[in-house]
Design a protein around this ligand. Structure first.
Ligand code: ZN
Ligand code: ZN
Length: 205
């Protein structure tokens, strides 16, 4: 099967357009097909893949409890293929990539700062900023498991209540998370930048 350039009618083999890749035709036109990826039905829980320029956005998405993988040093084609394969939204700052690949999972992020980027993502994808807050490891992107203060006593400051709901550990890296000054600072940052947000923690934090 061949695809015709809409301007000069030159023909290209369809295999050139896999994963939404486009071709620069000699006439100057960009030729391509738009690839539609069926995202998981659970649309209120989008999954993300953040390009290397969006590392901080990825951390904040994980803080909100969303599944957000860091793409690391993967090249454009590998990034797009991974997003399609894992049915993730590929968040990128790279205009060239967004132009060269016509795939509906590629999302060009316009915001300059992590705060703008997170605000845009929250609005665009209707993210819930409270329901899953601090339920995922910021480093591993793995769902945290509840733990008890006595089990992790050597790794938390004295006085962290045994019953606090946020006390959890990462099953992958064993890092322990609890409500404290650090989460209070993050809650303030979220309230300031996302606005309208009562993201305050339990009494005293
Ligand atoms: Zn052409
Ligand atoms: Zn971890």
């Amino acid at each position: 099967m061949a695809i015709r350039c809409p301007r000069c009618a030159r023909e290209y083999d369809v295999t050139l357009f896999q994963f939404g890749r486009t071709v620069d035709c000699a006439c100057g036109e960009r030729v391509g097909l738009t690839l539609e990826v069926r995202l998981p039905d659970d649309a209120d829980e989008p999954r993300f893949l953040c390009d290397a320029m969006l590392g901080r956005l990825g951390r904040w998405l994980r803080a909100l409890g969303y599944d957000a993988e860091d793409a690391g040093a993967d090249r454009d084609g590998a990034l797009v293929r991974r997003a399609v394969r894992e049915r993730r939204l590929l968040l990128t700052r790279d205009r060239k990539l967004a132009r060269a690949w016509r795939v509906d999972v590629v999302v060009l992020v316009a915001g300059q700062t992590p705060a703008q980027q997170l605000r845009d993502a929250v609005e665009r994808f209707g993210l819930d900023c409270r329901a899953r807050l601090f339920t995922r490891c910021m480093l591993c992107n793995v769902a945290l498991e509840p733990t008890r203060a006595q089990e992790v006593a050597d790794r938390i400051p004295p006085g962290v209540p045994d019953t606090q709901p946020a006390l959890a550990r990462c099953p992958s890296c064993d890092r322990v998370y609890w409500e404290g000054r650090h989460t209070a600072r993050m809650r303030r940052w979220l309230a300031r930048h996302l606005g309208g947000g009562d993201v305050s923690g339990p009494e005293g934090y």
